[in-house]
Write a protein of this length. Structure first.
Lengths: 98, 349
């Protein structure tokens, strides 16, 4: 599948059970019907465990979903990438090889 | 059984050799090693283990029933055998004896940072240089979550801050990367992933490609740091030590941080782990990056080089096996492709 914007090939990733397509060139993300809703639902589940204390006066600051990531180079994977790879056999091996 | 080893790709697999033989990229060479060097090295490791006094786990009298464990590494033909608490390592063919002796002597001189050898001088066995080391417990390859990022960073910072105790040669990191890229060029010239990797490599400054002298000739570097280069040893109070001095020498210290940096940049290593590693390195006064602010001013070039090297190895292997790149391998090649649009910011010439 080609990116509708820049024509580079798109790669499919599975994130929390949601299939998303990401462009290897411009890193744009393509969502199928219903996938945005799925991701939004997952995100709200993620930020929900905040204690049900006093109702916030101001809108809550961007919750844990996007912690300040360490700096990365401009050629790096956008948003710091996807870290599901640590369980990946290939990456596990890479950690231990030249 | 986990095993210490060092050196290059294949080490982690070697730990499982008895049950799950590691595929060798050089079957022909492996055969010659197996039929020739390996028995000799095994006998040598056994004799060395038996000769060690004070090794309570292995008294030097009576018949020995503990198995010698061959741990054959790949890539550069380094061959390692363990017998009880003794490890004998046959270095890659072509290893220079004078340089290796200096590197091993450096390990002997920095016992709190590098694992000291059992004997300071390499010996020759079947035409190969052999060194002897105490066995230590490595990081468990099946449990990367237990990786001692802080200890690793602290050891590297201490190494980088230590003036070379001996006149060691330049570290071999850039040369090894150049070798991996040269292999890709000949082994898979028409693979679609080869072009972005070669382009990323070509954009690097000459020193990072091993084609010009290193801009830093004073800083002691490990030269091949990854998680397989750490072991824990009782003699060091069970703290972690760096092993494998084959590539040790003077150079740009950011090279030693660049593999984790590259994994992080490619989206493979979690921000938290990279943050722990970098913060510990800075806390220990490591000179490779500024003490605060943007570390990528110095990390950029080495991290690009190691991304290209790792991608080159991955594409070479995938092409040889006739299989497509997996998700991890693709993320390395994609990073190489993106490098083309962002110029390298280089320290030094």
């Amino acid at each position: 599948m080609q990116c509708p914007k820049c024509r580079a090939p798109m790669h499919t990733y599975n994130r929390n059970g949601v299939q998303i397509e990401q462009c290897s060139g411009c890193r744009g993300i393509f969502l199928d019907y219903g996938e945005l809703e799925s991701l939004t639902r997952l995100e709200s589940q993620w930020s929900q465990p905040a204690p049900p204390a006093a109702p916030p006066v101001a809108p809550p600051a961007a919750p844990q979903a996007y912690p300040a990531a360490p700096q990365a180079p401009a050629w790096g994977a956008p948003h710091g990438g996807h870290y599901g790879h640590r369980r990946n056999k290939g990456f596990g091996h890479m950690l231990f090889s030249s | 059984m986990p095993a210490q080893l060092g050196s290059c790709a294949g080490i982690a697999l070697c730990a499982h050799l008895p049950t799950e033989p590691a595929p060798s990229p050089h079957p022909r060479t492996l055969t010659s090693v197996t039929t020739d060097l390996l028995p000799a090295l095994t006998a040598h490791a056994t004799a060395t283990a038996h000769a060690r006094r004070g090794d309570r786990t292995h008294p030097g009298t009576g018949p020995c029933r503990c198995p010698a464990e061959p741990l054959v590494t790949g890539e550069d033909d380094t061959t390692v055998v363990r017998h009880a608490t003794t490890v004998a390592k046959a270095h890659a063919p072509g290893t220079g004896p004078a340089h290796l002796a200096l590197r091993v002597a450096t390990a002997a001189a920095l016992p709190g940072i590098l694992l000291p050898p059992l004997s300071p001088a390499p010996v020759v066995l079947h035409g190969r240089l052999v060194t002897h080391w105490p066995y230590g417990v490595p990081v468990d390859p099946d449990d990367p979550d237990a990786a001692p990022w802080e200890s690793a960073a602290t050891l590297l910072a201490r190494l980088h801050r230590t003036p070379p105790p001996l006149p060691v040669p330049p570290m071999r990191g850039p040369g090894k990367a150049a070798h991996a890229v040269a292999r890709l060029r000949t082994a898979a010239p028409r693979h679609p992933a080869t072009t972005p990797v070669l382009d990323a490599w070509a954009a690097l400054p000459a020193w990072a490609r091993g084609e010009a002298p290193t801009p830093d000739t004073a800083t002691l570097c490990h030269g091949d740091f990854h998680l397989g280069q750490l072991i824990r040893h009782p003699a060091a109070g069970d703290s972690w030590l760096l092993i494998d001095v084959d590539d040790l020498g003077t150079g740009v210290p950011a090279w030693d941080l660049a593999r984790p940096a590259a994994w992080y940049a490619c989206g493979l290593l979690a921000p938290d782990e990279w943050h722990r590693f970098l913060t510990a390195y800075r806390a220990a006064g490591g000179p490779a990056v500024p003490s605060d602010g943007d570390p990528w001013a110095t990390l950029d070039v080495p991290a690009r080089a190691l991304t290209a090297q790792t991608a080159a190895r991955a594409v070479t292997k995938a092409a040889a096996a006739g299989r497509p790149l997996d998700e991890v391998e693709r993320s390395l090649v994609d990073a190489c492709a993106r490098m083309g649009s962002v110029r390298a910011s280089s320290p030094g010439p």
